[in-house]
Design a protein around this ligand. Structure first.
Ligand SMILES: NC(=O)c1ccc[n+]([C@@H]2O[C@H](COP(=O)([O-])OP(=O)(O)OC[C@H]3O[C@@H](n4cnc5c(N)ncnc54)[C@H](OP(=O)(O)O)[C@@H]3O)[C@@H](O)[C@H]2O)c1
Length: 324
């Protein structure tokens, strides 16, 4: 597969490095808002073609898949022309600013018969596959609670995508997607969503807690922050036992399974090597080779459902993104 990358920031670099470690794909083009930045990225990563606009990348006839690596607020505007030009798209998390935008992106992909997936790489890691297997085996019984956190202390920079409202800043969208994903992955779609947040000086949520209630009666808690260090761990508790997820809960290197009645404790190593993004890239390649337009592991309805949960949490804390 011939990949193009849209955006030349931090995650674009991580992705380009991961692509050099996977089979079946190569980065053939980079797209940026400026020719200078595209040229610098191309030189750093040995990318053959550099485009000074995202539209030029979308129009490149020798690109099969575009990886969207811009701030969330630009995801829809960057993905749409690529899909309309016949490219498949892997779009960074969160897929967009809102369920409305994510639904729109899914419609454009469907109308153009193209593959679209949110780059929620956790779902494809060995640890998350193992969590799925343990729960399906019945080892921890019926799941009653999912709790997780993700937070780190950063300095306020009003211009950065983490703090700028117009770039989709805030903890809920940037980090909340991971604990919300864990809750959805294990328990499905919540019927109740409540949130509390501390809103910072730039108008984005800097520290948020979300509680989710599910039709089974199970509860989930997601706790995220961009100004406060948090444990970064997770725990899935069932009637018979629990799965403990160490930090960082979105890419754990091991799991601990506790069975209450037996008092035993099983430690499972879940290594993902030096290119954890490669698992999601392999999924895109597998889907494209099979002619699929969605990943059966992370279908678009899941991305829309997670965006809906985040919408509800953001509405509860009073954050309203322009254009969302
Ligand atoms: N999967 C993960 O672990 C992970 C980790 C970090 C971030 N992400 C996601 O990846 C996306 C990008 O994050 P990042 O940390 O790479 O951001 P970043 O370092 O700020 O880079 C974003 C890039 O997007 C482009 N861009 C387009 N419009 C922009 C605008 N109005 N303002 C600023 N940049 C703009 C810029 O590239 P050009 O100037 O070349 O156009 C910029 O370099 C976000 O959606 C984030 O949630 C995912």
């Amino acid at each position: 597969m011939r990949w193009g990358i849209a955006g030349t920031g931090i995650i674009a670099s991580v992705f380009a490095d991961a692509m050099s470690k996977v089979e079946g794909g190569t980065v053939v083009a980079i797209g940026s808002r400026t020719a200078e930045s595209a040229g610098r990225f191309a030189a750093a990563f040995g990318v053959p073609r550099a485009h000074g606009s995202y539209q030029a990348l979308a129009d490149d006839p020798d690109v099969d898949v575009v990886y969207v690596a811009t701030p969330h607020a630009q995801h829809l505007d960057v993905a749409a022309p690529s899909l309309e030009a016949g490219k498949h798209v892997l779009c960074e998390k969160p897929m967009s600013l809102s369920a409305r935008q994510t639904t729109r992106m899914a419609e454009i992909a469907r109308d153009n018969g193209r593959f679209l997936m949110e780059a929620l790489w956790s779902r494809f890691l060995p640890a998350y596959r193992m969590i799925d297997e343990i729960i399906a085996s019945g080892e921890i019984g019926d799941v009653l609670a999912v709790e997780s956190s993700f937070g780190y202390r950063t300095d306020v920079d009003p211009a950065s995508r983490l703090f700028a409202l117009e770039l989709g800043g805030g903890a809920l969208l940037d980090l909340g997607i991971y604990p919300v994903h864990l809750a959805h992955f294990v328990l499905g779609v919540p019927s109740q969503v409540r949130a509390t947040a501390r809103i910072g000086e730039t108008g984005v949520d800097e520290h948020s807690a979300v509680t989710m209630g599910f039709p089974t009666g199970a509860l989930a808690i997601a706790h995220v922050a961009i100004r406060t260090d948090l444990a970064g761990t997770g725990r899935i508790t069932g009637t018979e036992g629990a799965i403990e997820i160490p930090a960082s809960m979105h890419c754990p290197l091991h799991l601990d399974v506790i069975r209450f009645a037996h008092g035993d404790h099983r430690h499972i190593e879940t290594p993902h090597g030096d290119a954890p993004f490669s698992f999601q890239i392999d999924e895109v390649h597998r889907c494209l080779e099979a002619g699929l337009t969605e990943s059966p592991v992370l279908p678009l309805r899941d991305s829309i459902a997670m965006a809906t949960t985040l919408d509800r949490a953001l509405a509860d804390v009073g954050v309203d993104y322009p254009g969302a």
